[in-house]
Design a protein around this ligand. Structure first.
Ligand SMILES: *Cc1c(COP(=O)(O)O)cnc(C)c1O
Length: 460
């Protein structure tokens, strides 16, 4: 399978090339040249398989890997999860289900992709005898998932930029307590968009990029999107697909998780509605409602992993909605950078609206949803999941089951959950010592050259 850049200039790469590159050299994101389809019978045959078996069948056509090899990597990726089903469904109302994606080592859905990427990178680097440097920006969960996936590997150095004061204490500690010398938590004096912009700028500095062997594992990395396609299949099949449609609502920030839902549908999974749920940083909801994609300032919320105005993977959605016109995508992205936004052409807006529905939740609505779900069902949900549940409930009832992605464990955001329910959610047993371990981090100003010299210094 070949991968093209959404900006149409960079040369196509195979799966491993696209995974190791992260961002394309023209600044675009890699997308498969075409999306393989599973037949009705192929999808029906997933019923009753383990999560790992579903993963191999769904991902293999994109990777070109042999079945057995992919099976080993997938097995290694999910062995450390705290639930045998990996991504279990829990019912919270008539026809409404939560897909629990927080049973991995850092308690958020990012582990699904990152643990697999850790396996894939290690294998590729050992085979090639090369070293790489991973630099990632995080609004909280990506960073800890990456550090957990790469800590202790000897051919990978991992730097995570996190915004000062904008991540929860549990999230920060998950990034600052691993003692492995190859992982580095850099606390940036800025917000998430500043961190993400710094990472993008490092990639666009081709001399630096080549000198340090830079690789991205942010949700722009195609391999991450691909890993997330799997749980759409496993959950939809559990609810009756392909014989029946299933709807999904996805708490959204960088648009990686919901784009994986788009890919699942394009592969033939009968997804009815695919609903983007945002917090008050609602650029995506506004875009779908008005056709204007325009940045505003990032406002801190109780669902910090979605506090984003520049949603990287939205570029992939635009590319598909523009009929894969890379030149048009490059023009829109330049307008976003220069003028802070752009207006969508009618046909592109129409294509996006036929693919995605959307909604938003205010801070009060998010807290009220946590409280109400807890009172009515006994389930404790995290604030991101609550944004999803609130938006899912606003969708017209059409007799189709609705799955809301439960993107993090409530114990990752104990203050918000306690404020809403009066009860502090405990951390799972296996990470009970998180608050006792010493922290290790470096504070840096939001200055590209400073960060770059620090990284080169640490690599010596
Ligand atoms: C990353 C994250 C999101 C947003 O996912 P995207 O793929 O960036 O849209 C939502 N909830 C939680 C808990 C997250 O960690």
């Amino acid at each position: 399978m070949q991968y093209h850049s959404t900006r149409g200039e960079a040369s196509p790469l195979d799966f491993e090339g696209a995974m190791l590159a992260g961002l394309a050299r023209d600044g675009g994101l890699y997308v498969p040249v075409d999306i393989p389809r599973l037949s009705h019978a192929d999808i029906a045959a997933l019923a009753g398989l383990s999560y790992e078996e579903v993963a191999v069948r769904v991902m293999r056509p994109f990777t070109g890997l042999a079945e057995e090899r992919l099976g080993d990597l997938v097995g290694g990726a999910y062995a450390g999860f705290g639930h045998a089903a990996r991504a279990p469904l829990v019912q919270i109302g008539p026809g409404h289900f939560l897909l629990e994606l927080f049973h991995g080592p850092t308690l958020a859905f990012k582990d699904f992709a990152m643990q697999l990427i850790g396996q894939l990178f290690q294998e590729a680097m050992t085979r090639r005898g090369e070293r790489i440097t991973i630099v990632g920006a995080t609004s909280g969960d990506t960073g800890s998932a990456a550090i957990e996936a790469f800590r202790g590997l000897d051919n990978v150095e991992c730097f995570i930029l996190l915004p000062e004061g904008r991540v929860s204490e549990v999230q920060r500690r998950q990034m600052t307590t691993p003692a492995d010398p190859n992982v580095h938590a850099l606390v940036v004096d800025g917000d998430f968009d500043d961190c993400q912009a710094a990472v993008k700028a490092m990639f666009n500095d081709h001399a630096f990029r080549d000198r340090v062997g830079l690789t991205a594992v942010n949700s722009i990395n195609w391999a991450r999107v691909l890993a997330q396609v799997v749980y759409y299949f496993s959950s939809a099949v559990a609810l009756g697909a392909p014989h029946r449609e299933v709807n999904f609502t996805v708490p959204t920030g960088n648009f990686g998780d919901i784009f994986a839902g788009y890919v699942a549908r394009a592969m033939g999974l009968p997804i009815g509605r695919l609903v983007v749920a945002t917090n008050r940083n609602d650029i995506l909801h506004r875009t779908l409602a008005s056709g204007e994609h325009r940045k505003e300032g990032v406002q801190p919320t109780i669902s910090p992993s979605m506090d984003i105005q520049v949603s990287s993977n939205f570029e992939r959605a635009l590319y598909m909605a523009c009929d894969r016109d890379g030149r048009e995508v490059a023009r829109l992205m330049e307008a976003l950078r220069q003028d802070g936004g752009f207006a969508l052409k009618d046909d592109v807006l129409k294509a996006l609206r036929s693919t995605y529905a959307s909604g938003r939740a205010s801070e009060e609505e998010t807290a009220a949803t946590i409280r109400e779900v807890h009172a009515r069902t006994g389930e404790t949900i995290c604030p991101h999941t609550a944004v999803g549940v609130k938006v899912a409930r606003e969708q017209p009832a059409d007799g189709t089951p609705m799955v809301t992605l439960a993107t993090a464990h409530p114990a990752k955001f104990p203050d918000a959950v306690e404020a809403a329910t009066g009860r502090r959610p405990p951390l799972p047993e296996r990470m009970a010592d998180l608050f006792d371990l010493p922290e290790r981090m470096t504070h840096v100003p939001d200055e590209l050259s400073h960060m770059q010299s620090l990284i080169e210094e640490r690599l010596k």
